[in-house]
Design a protein around this ligand. Structure first.
Ligand code: CP
Length: 325
C-alpha cells in the first residue's frame, strides 16, 4: 500500500502506480460500506475544491460535490463564462490565484486538442492538486468507478478477465475519446485482457494506443484491436460499448456526424450480448443514447450494472479526494 499521496495530481491514471491505485480502491470500498451505514466523515473539514466545468455534466459534478460534502469539505462550481477566463485570463494566472484559496482544482474541458493542454498548464502553475474531471484525452475518475464496479462482481483478482471496449453509433453530437482511451490504458495494468473494436475511421489517438500496448505487454495480458464489433463481445466478462467521435480522422463536425451515421448497426443488442459469458456485465459511463447505441433490453437487462457504476463515481472520488487534498 502506498499512502503518501497528499498533493498528487490526478490527470491520468498513468501517473499513478498500480499500488497507489490499489490504495485508492481499498479506501473506496471502506467508504462505500461506511456510507451505507450512515457514517459521514470530517477529514476534509475546512478544505475547498474548485470545480471548473467547460462542458456539461450530471454525474461528475454531482458526485464530486456530494463527495466533498460527505467528507466535511466544500466545493465551488465555476462556469468559465462567469470567470475572468471569459475575458482571456490564462491557465497560469488562474492556477496561481486559485491555489491561494483552495486545496484542489478540478476541471472538465473536453475540446479536442485543448482540454488536456489546459490541464497540463494548470498543473505546471498550481500549488494544489489538479483533478481531471474529463478532458479530450482522459476520463480517469470514470475508469476508477468502472474498475471498482468490476471488482465488486469478480473480486479483487481481475487477472484473466476479458473486457470488450466497443464503439457504438450514437448520433447528434461528437463524444470525446477519453473514456475508451482511459479504459485501454488502465485495465491491462490490472491483468485484464482488452479487445477494442471500432470502425476504421474511429481509431483512438496513436500515442495512447501505443502506451496501452506497452501497458499490456508489461502486465503480460492481451490487447487486441478489431474492426468487428462482435470481437469485443465474444467470450467477454465485461463489455463497455459506447460512442466516440472520429476525431483522429477528422475534426470537421459535419463530416464526423455523417461518419457516425455510416455505421448504424454498431448497437449493443441482445444478440451481441449473447456472445458474452453468461455472467458478463454490460457497463456504460452514461449518458447512453437509448434505442440508438444500446437496446432497452440490454441497458435495462440482467447484465447491466450501469447505475451501480454511476453510484461508484461517488465512492472512488471520495477516496481520491481523501488521499490527495
Ligand atoms: N459519465 C459522466 O462523466 O457523466 P457526466 O457527463 O454526466 O458527468
Amino acid at each position: 500500500m502506498q499512502t503518501k499521496l497528499k498533493g498528487k495530481h490526478f490527470i491520468t491514471t498513468q501517473d499513478w502506480t498500480v499500488q497507489e491505485l490499489k490504495t485508492l480502491f481499498e479506501l473506496a470500498k471502506r467508504l462505500k460500506v461506511e456510507y451505507a451505514a450512515g457514517k459521514f466523515h470530517r477529514n476534509l473539514q475546512g478544505k475547498s475544491l474548485g470545480m471548473i466545468f467547460f462542458d456539461p455534466s450530471t454525474r461528475t459534478r454531482t458526485s464530486f460535490e456530494a463527495a466533498m460534502t460527505q467528507l466535511g469539505g466544500h466545493s465551488i462550481f465555476f462556469a468559465p463564462q462567469t470567470m475572468q477566463i471569459s475575458h482571456g485570463e490564462g491557465a497560469v494566472d488562474t492556477a496561481k490565484v486559485l491555489s491561494g484559496y483552495l486545496q484542489g482544482i478540478a476541471v472538465r474541458f473536453c475540446a479536442y486538442g485543448e482540454g488536456n493542454r489546459y490541464l497540463e498548464e494548470l498543473r505546471a502553475a498550481s500549488r494544489v492538486p489538479i483533478v481531471n474531471m474529463q478532458c479530450d484525452i482522459y476520463h480517469p475518475a470514470q475508469i476508477l468507478a468502472d474498475y471498482f464496479t468490476i471488482t465488486e462482481h469478480f473480486g479483487e483478482n481481475t487477472r484473466g478477465l476479458k473486457l470488450g471496449v466497443s464503439w457504438t453509433s450514437a448520433p447528434n453530437y461528437i463524444r470525446p475519446l477519453s473514456v475508451p482511451q482511459s479504459l485501454i490504458l488502465m485495465m491491462p495494468r490490472f491483468g485484464i485482457d482488452v479487445t477494442l473494436a471500432h470502425p476504421p475511421e474511429f481509431e483512438l489517438m496513436p500515442e495512447v494506443v501505443e502506451q496501452a500496448k506497452k501497458n499490456a505487454e508489461e502486465a503480460g495480458v492481451k490487447f487486441e484491436i478489431s474492426h468487428k464489433m462482435e470481437d469485443a463481445f465474444e467470450d467477454a466478462d465485461v463489455v463497455i460499448p459506447k460512442s466516440w467521435g472520429p476525431l483522429v480522422y477528422t475534426q470537421n463536425e459535419r463530416e464526423g456526424l455523417k461518419l457516425i451515421e455510416k455505421y448504424p448497426g454498431w448497437v449493443a443488442d441482445e444478440k451481441r450480448m449473447s456472445l458474452t459469458k453468461p455472467h458478463s456485465l454490460y457497463m456504460h459511463p452514461l449518458p447512453a443514447d437509448r434505442g440508438k447505441e444500446v437496446t432497452p433490453g440490454v441497458i435495462d437487462g440482467p447484465h447491466s450494472v450501469v447505475y451501480q457504476e454511476a453510484e461508484n463515481r461517488l465512492h472512488v472520488q471520495k477516496a481520491l479526494l481523501s488521499l490527495i487534498l
